[in-house]
Design a protein around this ligand. Sequence first.
Ligand code: FES
Length: 431
Amino acid sequence: MESIWQKTAELPTFPTLEKDIKTDVLIIGGGLAGILTAYKLQEKGINCIVVEKDRICGKVTGSSTAKITSQHGFCYSKIFKSNGFESAKVYLHANEQAVREYEKLCKNIDCDFEKKNNFVYELQNMQLIDDELKALWKMGFDAEFQDKLPLPIKPIGAIKFKNQAQFNVLKFISNIAKDLKIYEKTFVKKLDGNSAITEYNKIAFKKAIIATHFPIINNHGLFFMKMYQHRSYVIALENAQQVDGMYVDQADSGLSFRNYENLLLLGGGSHKTGKQGGNWQELRDFKNLNYPESTEVACWATQDCKTLDHIPYIGPYYKGAKNLFVATGFNKWGMTNSMVSAMILTDLITEKENPFAKAFDPSRSFLKPQLLVNGFESIKNLLTPTPKRCPHLGCALKWNKAEHSWDCPCHGSRFTENGKLLENPANGDLK
Ligand code: FES
């Protein structure tokens, strides 16, 4: 199933690694975060290579809805409550700077970049809107309340962020990536000291960044305790509606809307990976009810890592790590958080202070209520007796009827019907 970006953009191809090599910085994972970091490091004259196990941006980046916004649901009141005012403010500034970075870069790139307002709506609870607005105003941000939206749903209200943007992410990548040193179809199986071991070769590095969506190294960082994954779905509709903006429900299970040219991209049907959810059916029911004249021209699904406190993990892989870094846990907001990753990691690699690094530090306190939920889920699935086990840490796999895959409810690894790896953190096929 190809996304609208995969249908409309042509990505450059890169060779497969065929001999042992050396580099100053190795980036493992050729998604948006890895590519943007490589782009920024190259601008600074740093010798850096990216290795990708399949094709660049073939998974989460290519399946996103490509909305560039610092408004990530009602995250600011939540971060304020869980991590304090300073963290919320840093998160806002970092993501706003990311929006402006895209604006600058996209001036010279043909990627259908358009400035748009972004709206996050709530269907029932006015208190949630009040809390979010209060948090934003306390930080001095110019957010506005909006009581009506040009959509077939009737929310109780919405919050508007002006000057956000949307684009075609793969057209953007095809320009950004073309002069980088990248190896595709090069699968790093493990790290051995300062070497990455691929299926056939070895890459010696001084510093490495793990940007593999869910980190693949288990014996450091405790990411398997600090994250879980969510799936969500999109359909592209012809002859539906021009909505002039980007819209999303603040609830994880809600809908999202944006246009791409003459199409309406309708998102939703989300659920925790390995659980039941609305899938495409929920979106098709909504289309039939609200846009009966429209035609579905594409459908796709994506997968996102969720952290314990709504902030990604970007920085040293574990406390005190000097040459191993990570970028993960973008909580469904990969466009700006990938840019934030590139900004922070470029500074850390070049040993420059970064004003956002502390708030995103992967070693910050993880004593949050979600930790207990994650732990309970893992124990339950580890103890479930079924012959299909996940090669990551051994949880029971669940059959996903909508997508014909075996999905792991613990940390979100997925496999085809025949056991081929689709999504990490598992680092190999089913036996
Ligand atoms: Fe961790 Fe399956 S993804 S046990």
